[in-house]
Write a protein of this length. Structure first.
Length: 142
C-alpha cells in the first residue's frame, strides 16, 4: 500500500477481511435504498457513484475508504459469480506494487486487483467501469 494513502479502517487490511469491507458497503447502501446484492447489475449503481465523484472533480486521495469498500464489493461480486478467492499479494509479481496487499484469484489461477481498481477508475476515463472490469474477469476465455 502506498505510504501516501492514509486510511481509517474498521477491519484489518488483509484478504480475510475483504468480504467485511464489502459487507459494510452493502449494508450502507441498503440503508440508503441502494440494491447492493453482489450481482453484476448492482455494480451499475456503484459505477454511478464513481461517475458522480469523477464529474465533481473528487480525486482518489479524498475518498480512499469509499473506494476500498467499492473495490472489495467488486471483488466479492466476482468471487460469488466465479468461486474466486481473496488471496495475499505475498509472493506474487505485484507484491509491494499493488495498492493493497490482496488480490482475487480466479478458479483458473489468474489473479485480478478489484480492491485497487476503483482508484484507477476514478482517476481514469468514464469508460473505466466496474461492470467492464467484472465482465473482463468473469467471462470465460477460449
Amino acid at each position: 500500500m502506498s505510504d501516501e494513502l492514509r486510511l481509517q479502517l474498521a477491519h484489518p487490511l488483509d484478504p480475510a477481511s475483504a468480504h467485511l469491507f464489502a459487507a459494510d458497503l452493502a449494508a450502507e447502501g441498503s440503508g440508503q435504498g441502494a440494491p447492493l446484492d453482489y450481482s453484476r447489475e448492482s455494480l451499475a449503481f456503484l459505477d454511478s457513484v464513481l461517475a458522480s465523484l469523477r464529474d465533481t472533480g473528487v480525486t482518489p486521495d479524498r475518498v480512499p475508504e469509499v473506494l476500498l469498500g467499492i473495490g472489495c464489493y467488486l471483488g466479492e461480486a466476482i468471487a460469488r459469480a466465479t468461486g474466486a478467492l481473496w488471496v495475499s499479494t505475498a509472493g506474487t509479481p505485484v507484491e509491494g506494487t499493488a495498492l493493497f496487499p490482496m488480490l482475487v484469484r480466479l478458479p483458473g489461477g489468474a489473479a485480478c486487483d478489484p480492491a485497487g481498481y476503483p482508484f484507477a477508475a476514478l482517476a481514469g476515463p468514464a469508460s473505466a467501469t466496474l461492470i467492464a472490469f467484472y465482465d473482463t474477469v468473469t467471462t470465460p476465455t477460449g
